[in-house]
Structures are given as C-alpha cells and as structure tokens.
Write a protein that binds this ligand. Structure first.
Ligand SMILES: [Mg+2]
Length: 397
C-alpha cells in the first residue's frame, strides 16, 4: 500500500473569541493510499502554523516538509508507522514544531493501517508491545472552567451532577488570582455542588508559575475537599519547581503534562518533576506512538496516565486507543461540549454507556468516521503563494 496524498484541512467557526475553548478551530489531516483506504487525524495546535510544517519549501536536508517525507512511501504494518515517523522527524530536524504538527498525520497513519489489517488501533499497540489486548471502560470526567465566583462554581457543579457526571474537573478562571480564601471557597463550592461521592479535579491553569511553596500550601488547603488531583499548579516547563513541590509530598496528588509536545518533555515531568498523573494529548506530542511510550513510562513509574483532550471525538478516539487496555488508568477527559464544528466532526461520537462509562470502539483503525458533509461549511480554504509559485493549495473535502 502506497501513500498517495497527505492533506491538511483548516476548519473554523465564523467568530473566534479569546474564550479558553480549543474547539473553535482545528487542523485535520487526511492520509490517502492507492488502495482507496484513507485515515484521519486531528492536531491540537494553531492550524496554520502547523499546516506550514506540511508544505513549507525545503530549506536544506533538515527542513523537509511532512508531505514530501510521506507521499510515495509504503505503509503495510505498524512498524512502517514507526519507520515513517523516524523519517519525518529526521527530515524535519530543524523545524521547531515538527512533532506537534506531525501528530495529525501520525494518527491518520494508524487509522489507515488499522483498517488495512482489520484491527482496532489498541489491538495493534498491544501486539507491538506484547501486552494485553483487552480494553477496559473509562470513567468520563466533565472538564469545565470555574465560575467567576464560588456561587457560580457551585451552580456549574450541581448542574453537572444533575446531568449524571460522577467526576468533573474545574479549572482556570479566578483560581489563584484573588488570594487563598477565594481559592479555597472555589474548591469547596465545586465539592459541595458535585456532592461527597463524586470525584473532583482542580486545574490551577499554571497560575503559580515557579512558586512551588504557594502551590504546596494550596494543595494542603484543598486536601479537606479530597480532589483527585491538583493539575498544572506550575508552568509547563518548571521542572525544578515541580520537583521541589512533589519532594514536599503534598496531600493532593499533582498532575501535569498536557503541554508536552515531545516524549522527552513528558519524561522530564515524570522523572524529574515527580508528578503522579501524566496528562498527554496525542494531538500535540507527535501522535499515538509517543503517547503510548509515555503510557509505558507511567506504568514503569507507578503513576497514572490520563488523556488530555479538548477537541472533537476524533481526538478522543486517538487518545483512548493509547490507554484502553490498562484497567488502572480508568479516568477519561471527555469533551462533553465544545463548538458545533467539534460536535459534528464525527458521525459516530462516543456515548456515555448506561453504567456511566465510556468504551473504546472495537472497530478497525480509530473506529470513528469523519463527517465530511457536516464539516464542509467550516472549511477555510488555504492557498499559499511565494512569488509566482503556489506552495500549497488546499484540496476539497
Ligand atoms: Mg489542564
């Protein structure tokens, strides 16, 4: 099977705002082959910045774009994905965002090879790693922002509970900005709204930078409300500060990792930052294989792997295949809302089953179908010209 086309697509809703909502636009990548099989992937990235990595003119032997590296290549096995990833990353050695941008194509390659071999991606990963291919259900947690006040947060939390969520994450907004008493009141409101039996998670949204003392003090103050974790209390690359924080053994476990755009960044947080939950976005770190490698590292270190997903259910599918077969990694960040674009992107989104759990789809490839008809209105056609040359012209969906 030969790769015949690698097409990035920029999709967006009409009015983009500064709201902390990553579903307002997206970069999809479609890989086509000479067998007629095609696969899809989604990046959590600035679409046009990443699109450039697919089509930028060659500068020299270390700046060769992703399409040039992939088109014409043979794709017959999971090992071919590994080989192609090595080629893409080698050819793009001096392209700073290569892993991040390549995530979409890598995920699409897995989708194709799974369809060709008639196996779900989690089966292929199990075969490659010699591990169990039995998938386990995940408890979806709703991921929301704190309200502007504790009262508003209480209403958000109680609303989620009425919708049936048994777990929810509250983040960003006022957390860390108006002093300790307000921070504690926000967490108390989240707990009281969700009730004593639910799991709550707190996402501090990198608010304390490198100030690990304040992060530690907040973790201790939040402990009486039993959050499952305190997420990103510090800046994504504040590895020394994470190490100092976790060295103090705070009463609430520390989570981080969504900003990892390479395996090495996640490894640094685990090995030197001492985090207890590692949160990986397959659409940022380079795709499914590096995510799976972080999962394996988490298993070796006895910490928990969790997905980071704030895009469509195409992204959710790619995330879920990575850790579906580990029963201990039982929490799933579940995009419950988001733009119409993200909600209409696949024809067969994941449903929460009657038992409150979400299950990976045991279908070939990723198991979700992109709804090209539904998303066509959101396509922003791109043409890049340099002098008299057209460097890139978007194909139609
Ligand atoms: Mg977060």
């Amino acid at each position: 099977m030969k790769i015949t086309a690698v097409d990035p697509f920029y999709l967006r809703i009409p009015n983009i705002t500064t709201a902390a909502d990553g579903t307002q636009d997206t970069l999809l990548v479609r890989v086509r082959t000479d067998t007629g099989l095609e696969g899809w992937g989604e990046c959590d990235a600035s679409p046009l910045v990443s699109m450039a990595v697919y089509c930028c003119p060659m500068s020299h032997g270390n700046i060769i774009n992703i399409r040039t590296s992939l088109i014409g290549e043979t794709l017959d096995s999971p090992n071919a994905v590994l080989r192609l990833s090595e080629k893409v990353l080698r050819n793009g050695l001096d392209i700073q965002q290569i892993q991040h941008a390549y995530s979409g194509a890598e995920i699409a390659l897995w989708d194709v090879i799974g369809q060709k071999l008639d196996k779900p991606v989690y089966h292929l990963l199990a075969e490659m790693s010699g591990t169990s291919d039995v998938a386990h259900p995940k408890l979806p947690y709703a991921s929301v922002l704190f309200g502007d006040t504790p009262e508003a947060t209480y209403h958000i939390a109680s609303g989620l509970r009425e919708q049936g969520y048994r777990a929810a994450k509250f983040g960003w907004g006022p957390m860390g900005k108006f002093g300790e008493a307000n921070d504690i009141a926000l967490v108390r409101a989240a707990r009281e709204g969700m009730g004593p039996d639910a799991q709550i998670m707190i996402d501090a949204g990198v608010v304390w930078g490198t100030d690990y003392e304040t992060a530690y003090n907040r973790a201790e103050a939040f402990a009486e409300f039993s959050p499952t974790w305190l997420e990103e209390p510090l800046a994504p690359d504040a590895i020394d500060a994470y190490g100092a924080l976790t060295e103090k053994n705070p009463s609430v476990p520390i989570a981080a990792g969504e900003g990892s755009s390479t395996y090495r960044m996640a490894e640094d947080l685990i090995v030197n930052g001492g985090i207890q939950f590692v949160q990986i976005d397959a659409g940022r770190i380079g795709g499914i294989l590096p995510s799976f490698q972080v999962r394996q590292l988490a298993e070796q270190h006895g910490i928990q792997y969790v997905n980071h997903t704030f895009k469509s259910h195409l992204s959710l599918a790619s995330s879920l295949h990575v850790f579906a077969t580990n029963p201990d990694f039982d929490l799933l960040e579940y995009p419950a809302a988001g733009s119409e674009l993200s909600q209409r992107l696949v024809k067969n989104p994941f449903q929460v089953d009657p038992d409150g759990m979400v299950r990976v789809k045991a279908l070939p490839g990723l198991g979700v179908q992109v709804d090209t008809e539904a998303i066509r209105p959101y396509l922003a056609p791109v043409r890049i010209e340099v002098g008299a040359d057209t460097v890139f012209e978007q194909t139609l969906l």
